[in-house]
Design a protein around this ligand. Structure first.
Ligand code: NAP
Length: 289
């Protein structure tokens, strides 16, 4: 099996990649920082010396970078059996609204649009191998919908709002992908709360180290456990979308469990259609410029 894991250079994605590689899969890690990618490869090989790993370049916050990545992967000719859309940013603790070189709010592009462009660019290859697509969501998606009148959060910005909305847009896209592409299987998951990753660096810096250490030791999921819902989604023996979460109270921590249904905000088929069309428009409009 050949798998691609975004955000495999750190945190939960590194654990997903580690487990897939240890089980014999060939794992491609698209990274925006080659040094961090090489450290991830070394860390995985330290445990599994025979692991089959490859790095390629991908900055989800740049549509040109996504296009170059998908073009290389398609031209390479090798099948892709599994794609895990795990990378993500959360700029908690940073009050500034950041805009990418393509002109999109940073959470919107990194978490949603970049991943949508990646899937759309790889679709012919994914169809060929009847691939599985696993989408990493977040509890924040349960609380924040897509603001159709303010997609880029220009009027009402807050990092958590922008993050939650971007994850909801990604979830809507994922379930619409499942509706439109019967050859693929699409499953979703979220890792709970995972304090021991590099997510939200500004918030992390502001927290007193003692509190941070307490959170890492006692709150939420360690990254290895947080990877289990994604691994369950990667191996689930089902064609219709399923949603895996941590098993504990409020889905914050624990191993993996199957939720009865995905978050309400991502289950709206009409919103899914709108998000799909939006992704197509925004990625092709920028290409034409
Ligand atoms: N930690 C939590 O409490 C939590 C809770 C709910 C959901 N999640 C979700 O779980 C996923 C993994 O998060 P994590 O906690 O493991 O965080 P992390 O340690 O910060 O890992 C995030 C990964 O995403 C990559 N990434 C960020 N921006 C990118 C870009 N523009 N292009 C390509 N890759 C990019 C990072 O690459 P670099 O190494 O280059 O930075 C890193 O590999 C995310 O989708 C996050 O939203 C996390």
């Amino acid at each position: 099996m050949r798998a691609l894991v975004t955000g495999g250079s750190s945190g939960v994605g590194l654990q997903i990649a580690r487990r897939l590689a240890a089980s014999g899969a060939e794992v491609v890690l698209p990274v925006r920082d080659r040094d961090r990618g090489a450290q991830a490869v070394d860390a995985i090989r330290a445990e599994a010396p025979a692991a089959r790993l490859a790095l390629c370049d991908l900055d989800l916050a740049s549509l040109d970078s996504v296009r170059a990545c998908t073009a290389d992967l398609v031209a390479g000719g090798a099948p892709l059996d599994l794609v895990v859309l795990n990378a993500g940013v959360v700029l908690l603790g940073d009050p500034a609204r950041h805009v990418t070189g393509d002109g999109f709010e940073l959470h919107f592009q990194t978490n949603f649009l970049g991943h949508a462009a990646l899937v759309l660019g790889l679709l012919p290859r994914l169809r060929d191998s009847a691939a599985r697509v696993v989408v990493q969501s977040s509890l924040a998606s349960a609380f924040f919908g897509v603001r159709w009148d303010d997609l880029q959060r220009e009027r009402r910005y807050g990092a958590l709002r922008a993050y939650g909305s971007s994850k909801t847009a990604l979830g809507l896209f994922a379930l619409e992908l499942a509706r439109r592409e019967p050859l693929l299987s699409v499953h979703m998951c979220h890792p709970g709360v995972v304090p021991a990753t590099r997510i939200a660096p500004d918030a992390r810096r502001r927290v007193w180290p003692g509190v941070r250490d307490f959170a890492v030791r006692h709150l939420g999921n360690p990254p290895a456990a947080a990877a289990l819902p994604a691994l369950a989604a990667a191996t689930a023996d089902a064609a219709a979308p399923m949603f895996f979460t941590p098993s504990g109270p409020l889905q914050i921590a624990g191993r993996r469990a199957r939720a009865r249904r995905p978050f309400r905000r991502i289950s709206d088929a009409e919103a899914g259609r709108r998000v799909w069309e939006l992704a197509g428009q925004l990625t092709t409009r920028r290409r034409a410029q």
